[in-house]
Design a protein around this ligand. Structure first.
Ligand code: ADP
Ligand code: MG
Ligand code: ZN
Length: 388
């Protein structure tokens, strides 16, 4: 899987999340390292990657030397520095090498989704009280921390109240609203942002070059848009595409680059051209046209739930643009062509009709799963909106 191979190993390889990266590097620079951090945000945005890089840097030989000298001899220690002179793990010392291979003894990762109970946290506490074998930091990464039982949470809270000085906790969750306020008040919280289309296609482009996958820019954008801000999802999609390519054949100058249409086909996505076309049919009460399109999309093998989800998203943009065209600029992943079609569709349309379409198709989307004929909920929505 490409996403494992290209997991960032340095702060500088993390895309976006600048506010988090800067603060963690600042803590390493000054030696003022907190005892508990909370990383929140949707999946595939770099929480685990960044937690591991921080753990690696904390145990890097360079950092240990600086710590021993109480940061007095900062300049005499050959410190690995990245862009802007900010610290990076050296990726050369024994500790860094172990960390990169996932063998760092002082880094303990717990998945709270499958280890939810009080016993796990008690074990964690016992382990936290023992100094790190290397004399450095012991770092505990607790993923999906909101899944802990109440008792386990309270036990964790006790440890957070008086953490041993050599211990750093990094809690991660996709659902921060489920974290008790008592815990929130004891951690330094960072909200990870969804990545935008440019950030995602930037990394995908780099990976494609290194892997020798020839793919055009528009096709990369298409993958990026389908990932809804999660870099991991985009990387998994690129793996799928790579798996479809003929094996053993190195791409040459004459190899054709993978196109948008091929990406859509391989990932079961619906071409973006269909959305404005479908919406025009609905707005013009052209039910034959709309029904034909549904059939065409279904036969192309695309996932209808996915199509309907994107359709609702597309309709939302039209509605928002109608209310205030300026907001379009703040919605990520829209290119010029799309902006034009969205503004045009919104202009001469009654807002109430847009709302009716959105509501009908949101409901239809939920019914697809249970429908004996997958197209039926969408067809009924069309007929209801355009009349029989
Ligand atoms: N901000 C990011 N910068 C670079 N790569 C990322 C980023 N976020 C996710 N990735 C990619 O996605 C994979 C999964 O990311 P991960 O850090 O496990 O996400 P999370 O823990 O937020 O679900 C990584 O191996 C990496 O390849
Ligand atoms: Mg994670
Ligand atoms: Zn190192």
């Amino acid at each position: 899987m490409l996403y494992r191979k290209y997991r960032p190993q340095n702060f500088s390889e993390i895309v976006g999340q600048e506010h988090v990266v800067k603060t963690l590097q600042g803590a390493l620079e000054s030696g003022r390292v907190g005892h508990a951090y909370l990383f929140t945000g949707s999946r595939g945005t770099g929480k685990t990657s960044l937690a591991r890089i921080f753990a690696k840097a904390l145990n890097c030989a360079d950092f240990s030397k600086m710590r021993e000298s109480n940061f007095a001899e900062k300049s005499s220690v050959r410190r690995s520095l990245g862009e802007g002179g900010l610290p990076e793990p050296c990726n050369q010392c024994d500790s860094c090498l172990a960390a990169s291979q996932g063998n760092l003894l002082d880094l303990i990762e717990i998945d709270a989704a499958s280890n939810r109970g009080i016993d796990e946290i008690r074990n964690l506490k016992d382990s936290a009280l023992v100094a790190a074998p290397s004399g450095g930091f012991k770092v505990f990464i607790i993923d999906e921390v909101h899944m802990l039982t109440k008792d386990a949470f309270n036990a964790l809270l006790k440890i957070l109240e008086e953490p041993p000085s050599h211990v750093v906790f990094i809690l991660a969750t996709t659902e921060p609203h489920k974290i008790l306020p008592t815990v929130l008040s004891r951690v330094q919280r960072f909200d990870f942002k969804r990545l935008n289309q440019g950030q995602i296609s930037g990394k995908l482009g780099m990976m494609a070059r290194k892997e020798g996958i020839k793919i055009n820019e528009e096709a990369l954008k298409t993958i990026a848009m389908s990932a809804d801000g999660a870099l991991r999802d985009a990387e998994v999609a690129l793996s799928k595409i790579q798996a479809c390519l003929p094996v053993g054949e190195a791409s040459t100058d004459s190899t054709k680059a993978i196109s948008v249409d091929e990406v859509n086909e391989m990932l079961g996505l619906v071409s973006y051209r269909y959305y404005p076309e479908f919406v025009s049919c609905l707005l013009g009460n052209d039910k034959t046209g709309a029904l034909d399109l549904i059939q065409k999309i279904y036969l192309s093998g695309a996932d209808l739930e996915n199509f309907t989800g994107h359709l609702v998203e597309y309709m939302r943009k039209i509605l928002m643009a109608k209310i205030n065209p300026v907001v379009l600029a703040s919605i990520s992943g829209i290119n010029d062509e799309e902006t034009k079609s969205i503004l045009a569709l919104g202009q001469n349309t009654d807002g109430q009709k847009l709302i009716r379409i959105i509501v009908s198709f949101s409901n239809a989307r939920n019914e697809i799963k249970h429908s004996p004929v997958p197209q039926l909920p969408l067809e009924l929505a069309v007929i209801e909106l355009c009349g029989t």
